[in-house]
Design a protein around this ligand. Sequence first.
Ligand code: FAD
Length: 287
Amino acid sequence: MSQPAFSFEMFPPKSADGAEKVLDAARTLAELGPQFISVTYGAGGSSKDRTLGVVRALSEEDAAPAAGHITCAGASRAEVDGVLRDYWAAGVRRIVALRGDPEGGMGAQYSPHEEGYPYASDLIAGAKKIADFDISVGCYPETHPDARGLQDELETLKHKLDAGADRAITQFFFEPEIFLRYRDAAADFGIDKPIVPGIMLQSNYQGLTKIARLCGAFVPFKVMRAYETCGEERSARDRATVEIAASICERLKREGVEAFHFYTMNRSALASALCQGLGLCKDRRAA
Ligand code: FAD
C-alpha cells in the first residue's frame, strides 16, 4: 500500500536577516520529499517581500516545489495581481489562496477592500485568469468563525473549489473524528476534490491555545494534560508534539487519508521526526 503524500507549511523570516535560517530549514524539509513546501503570507500582505524571497529562492534551487500563500484582505486587485504575476515569473506554479484576516487580526470584523477581491473564491477566479496555478485553499472542520454553520462553511468551500481550486487544506484540529465527520459531510455536499488534513506542530502550549481560541479549534483535555506533564522542558514538549501529531496521522491513515499538510512552525527537526516515524519518507541524506 502506498504511503500518503505530505506537504509542509513554513513562516517567512521576521526580517530579511533571517532568510538564510528559514531557507536552511526548508532545505532540510525538502530532503524528505514533500509534494510542496508552502510559505505563509503575513496578515494584510505585511510579509510580501519576505514570503516572495523565500518562495523564489526555493523555486530557483528546485529543492522541492514551492507554494506561495497569497491573501486578498486589505489589498487592491492590482496589488494582489502583481504578487501573482511575480510568483509566476519566479517559476512558482502553486499558490495557497486565502481571504486573510482583517487588519485587527483573527476574530476582528472583516470587510473587503473597496478595490480588492472580496473573498478567497474571487481571488481564485482572478488568479486563474492570470495563469494556470495549482491552487490550494483553506477549510475549517470546526467551521470558520465567520460561517453561520456547517452548511455555510461547505458552501464557501464548494464555491472556492468550483472557482478553480485543486484541493483544500484544513485548519488544524486534534480529534481525528472532527476531520472525518467533515470529510463525510463534504462528500455528501458533492465536494469531490481532496481535503487534506492540516496537522499542527506547535510545541509552545500557550501559543497553541491562543491560536486555537482565535480560530475556534477544540483542544482536548488529553492534549492539555500531555503538555502540562512536560512542564517547561522543551525537549519533552517537542516529543509530546510529535506523539500527538503521529497519533492523529496514524488514525487518519487507517481511514484512507492520502495526504497530510504539516504546520511546521519552521521546526524542521520536529517535522522530520514525525515524517520518519510515520514512514512517510526516506531521509535521502541517510540513504
Ligand atoms: P474565505 O473562503 O473567503 O471565507 C471566509 C468566510 O467569509 C466564510 O466562512 C464566509 O463566512 C465568508 N464568505 C466567503 N465567501 C463569501 C461570499 N461570497 N459572500 C459572503 N461571505 C462570504 N492567513 C493569512 O493571513 N496568511 C496565510 O498565509 C494564511 N494561510 C492559511 C493556510 C491555511 C491552510 C488555512 C486553513 C488558513 C490560513 N490563513 C492564512 C488564515 C485565513 O486567512 C483565515 O482563516 C481567514 O479568516 C479566512 O480565509 P479563507 O480563505 O478561508 O476565507
